[in-house]
Design a protein around this ligand. Structure first.
Ligand SMILES: Cc1cc2nc3c(=O)[nH]c(=O)nc-3n(C[C@H](O)[C@H](O)[C@H](O)COP(=O)(O)O)c2cc1C
Length: 299
């Protein structure tokens, strides 16, 4: 697998994990140091951290759908201070660059998070999860180009580390949001986050998930994600990290062909924690086979 440069950071290949779908500290407890020797991803993305600690949503938090799942985890995390005190040295033992995902409920919160996380030498890139309401305006930051631009402009001076803005698919025009992020100083965009969804309790007809609604992920959303990645890739000059239902090397190759510079594996890691490694190997084999053959050959 040939290496890539993502916003100036060298990666041994293009396969990342989707934020929140691979807990490296828990995985190391389960699989031991072998995990580090055969690490499944070429960069590691932390789960999203917020300024204050969060307990997350009440259970149940997961519902399996045909070809995917709905999660209503609600971003439980130790908050910025708890994260900085405990996690970066442990996470930094992974043999790949570290991306830390942050979410703020106001532009000031985002600036605080980005400044503190960016100051840590273990951190190579920062991902902004903008799938949350801005308490100042009530708007979902990443659903609106103006909101996204104001958020990125506000925090851009607080770090020189590359900023990836993670787009929500629950926007009228993700390309317009991506363009606004680029104009405001984002170094890359990633997409898609989960699509809003719901499941009902089979007997009561009430919402099954403790958070009532949740985010749909997995192969069920792949075609939607692929279209959004293609549209956004055509609209911006900065690199695009594509994700949404990637479960095989062929899926990954599709996202790269649609314009992504790198891809991320999320839900598939719940089925197989080594999925990232398998997908990278399958992708490398496709590249080897495809390169010398005529353009209309079957993959
Ligand atoms: C259980 C679960 C937790 C997630 N947590 C986060 C998170 O903390 N931050 C974030 O930006 N995205 C989070 N996501 C979204 C994924 O990173 C990814 O964008 C999405 O699931 C689509 O990719 P997939 O279909 O391969 O899972 C989460 C997804 C799942 C399934």
């Amino acid at each position: 697998m040939s290496g890539i440069s993502l916003c100036g950071v060298s990666l041994a290949g293009p396969v990342l994990n989707g934020s929140g779908t691979f807990d490296v500290i828990a995985a190391r407890r389960a699989f031991g140091d072998g995990l580090l020797e055969r690490f499944p991803f070429h960069a590691y993305v932390s789960k999203t951290i917020t300024l204050e600690p969060r307990r997350g949503n009440p259970p149940p938090r997961l519902w399996e759908t045909p070809a995917g799942m709905i999660n209503s985890i609600g971003l439980p995390n130790k908050g910025l201070e708890g994260f900085l005190a405990e996690d970066p040295p442990r996470i930094a033992e992974v043999p790949v660059p570290l991306v830390v995902s942050v979410m703020g409920f106001s532009r000031d919160e985002l600036a605080t998070l980005v400044e503190a996380v960016g100051a840590r030498e273990e951190v190579a890139l920062i991902e902004l999860n903008v799938s949350c309401p801005n308490v100042e305006t009530g708007l979902i930051m990443g659903a609106d180009p103006g909101e996204t631009a104001r958020a990125v402009e506000r925090l851009r001076p607080f770090t020189e580390k590359p900023l990836i803005v993670k787009l929500t698919p629950n926007a009228t025009d993700p390309s317009a949001v991506a363009g606004a992020a680029e104009d405001a100083g984002a170094d890359a965009v990633s997409l898609v986050n989960t699509l809003k969804g719901m499941a009902l309790h089979p007997r009561t007809g009430e919402p099954w998930l403790g958070g009532r609604t949740g985010g749909v992920s997995g192969p069920a959303i792949r075609a939607i994600a692929l279209e959004q990645v293609a549209a956004v890739s055509a609209a911006v000059r900065i690199p695009v990290v594509g994700m949404g239902g990637i479960a095989s090397g062929h899926d990954a190759a599709d996202f790269l062909a649609a314009g992504a510079a790198a891809i991320a594996v999320g839900t598939e890691s719940f089925i197989d924690p080594a999925a990232g490694r398998r997908i990278a190997a399958e992708l490398a084999a496709i590249e080897r086979v495809d390169a010398p053959v005529e353009a209309n050959s079957v993959r």
